[in-house]
Write a protein that binds this ligand. Sequence first.
Ligand code: ATP
Length: 424
Amino acid sequence: MLLHIGIDDTDSPNGMCTTYLGALLYRELSRIAEPIDLPRLIRLNPNIPYKTRGNGAVTMSFEADEEDISEIKNLVLFYVNQLADFEHENTNPGVAFLEGKVPGELREFSLKALREHVTIEEAEEVARRVGAEVFKFKLGRGIIGALASIGYQLKRFTYELLAYREPENWGKPRRVNPESVFLADKWAYPFSYDNVDPYKRSVLITPHGKDPVLVGIRGIDKGKVLQVFERVEFGEPVAFYQLYKTNQNTDDHLAPKKIGELRLYDSAVVRGRVAREYWERGRHVFLEIEDETGKIRVAAFEPTKKFRNWVRKLLPGDEIIAAGGVKEHEGVLTLNLEKFYPVKLVPKIEYKKPKCPKCGGTMKSKGNYLKCKRCGFKMPKKLVPVEVPRDLERKIYEVPPDARKHLSKPLVLPGGEEKLLELL
Ligand code: ATP
C-alpha cells in the first residue's frame, strides 16, 4: 500500500525545523516500510504572513504493508507531539496522510498553496474530498502545507543536503571553516550553488537561528552536493544529515498574470509599462507599472542592495517583465521584485549645451546666455536634446543571493530565464 505523509509548521524562531523532524522520521520509518525516493522539502507561497522562514513543508512516501500503516501513522504523530515547538503562538502543526495515488484535485490544491493564499477550512474540505486524513495541533494551520506537500508534483527539482547539530550545540554559533566552504564552492559551482556570496565574501550555507540545522548545501547534481559536504570542514560534530529533493530554486511559484488580476500574497510574473519616475522612501526604491488591466506599485527593498541601482535606471514608458510577490506595504498592494527584464526601453534624452557655432569650442553657462571658452562668442542659452545610453541590457536582473526567495531560480542554473521570457 502506497502511503504519503505530509508534515508542516512544527518550528518557530526559537527552535526546531520541520526538516529535522522529517529526517528523523524518514530514518525511523524506513525500517518499517520501503521509502519511495528521497524525502521532499516543498516550499509553498513565500508571501504568506504565517511563515517562520521559508514556508517549507516536508513530505515522504512509502510502500508499506497494510498491517504496518497504523504503527507508521502513530509514530509520525508521536514525533510531532514530542518535537514540535508548541510554546510558540505561531506554531500550529499539521499532519496529513494519504493512501494510494495522488488525485488531481490534490495536485490543484498544491499549486494554489504555492501561488496564492488558502484557508484551513479549504484544506479540510479538500482533505475530505480526496480521502486524506488530517491531524491538527493547536490551530492546525500546518495541514495546509502538509496536504499541499503531498500533492506537489516535483516535475522540476533541485537537492538540498541538510546536516544537523548535536542538541547541546543548538543556539550556539555554528563552527564551520569559511575557507573550506569557498574552496568547495569553487570546485562545484554552479552544480552546487548559493554556498557563498562572492561579493560580500560571506558563507551562505549556515543559518543563523536556534534551529538544529548546521548547514544546508544546495545543488542540481546530488553527487556534487554530497562532495561539497565532504569538503567542508566542521569545528563541531555533525549529528546526522539528510539529502532532500526540493522545489527550491525552480521558479515554480511564479504564475503569469495580468496586473489587474494580482491579489495579496500572490507570486506572479507580469508585463507592464513604467507609469512614472521611480521614487525612494527610506532606502527602498519604488516604481509603478501598468498594463491594460490596471496599475501596481513595484518595490525593490533595501536588502536587495545593488539590485536597486538597476531599478533606478528604469524610465517612464519603459516596458518590463517583473516577477515577485504581492504584499501590502503602507496599505498599498505592492509587487516585491525578485527579478525583472527590460523588454523595451524608451530613449533617454538629456539637455546639453551646444558646441560653439563659430569655432566648435566648449560653451560655458553665464546666467541667461552661453559664452565660448575659446573664442568668447556669446549666444542666448538654448540647450539641445541629446540621446544618451540607457545602461540597461536586454537581460534579466535578479536580487543578490541573500535576498533571494528559496523558490526563486538563480540565473546561473539551466533555464534560469524561462519563467520570465514566457511573457515576451
Ligand atoms: P521553514 O522554517 O521550514 O522554512 P516556515 O517555518 O517558514 O518553514 P511554517 O512553519 O511551515 O513556515 O509555517 C507556514 C504556515 O503557513 C503553515 O502552517 C502552512 O500550513 C501555512 N501555509 C502554507 N502555504 C500557505 C498558503 N498558500 N496559504 C495559507 N497558509 C499557508
